[in-house]
Design a protein around this ligand. Structure first.
Ligand code: FES
Length: 97
């Protein structure tokens, strides 16, 4: 029995090429993208280095850590750190600028 048994699967899509992946609700988006063979930059994998910085075009995420390495403005503008962001819906994201 795996932890996936109680998780929801959302549809994730990464732009600009529109590659799709299974976005499990119980694991960070970065991990789901890697399992879906998507190439996404990462380094620390704990929400501090910002290497994985990206922007949500649609959908919602939640964080399990108190304050990921994003400013309040960035969060409001839809920027996310996929290494610590868990999907709450279908998501479309693209790499940050
Ligand atoms: S990999 Fe470092 S913040 Fe995501």
């Amino acid at each position: 029995m795996s932890t996936h048994d109680t998780a929801k699967i959302f549809t994730g899509r990464s732009q600009p090429d529109g590659q799709q992946f299974d976005a499990w609700s119980n694991q960070p988006l970065l991990l789901s993208m890697e399992q879906g063979q998507l190439d996404w930059p990462s380094s620390c994998r704990n929400g501090t280095c910002r290497t994985c910085f990206g922007k949500l075009e649609s959908g919602q995420v939640r964080y399990e850590i108190e304050w990921p390495g994003l400013s309040a403005d960035e969060k409001e503008d839809g920027y996310i750190l996929p290494c610590v962001a868990y999907p709450c819906s279908d998501v479309v994201l693209h790499p940050g600028d």
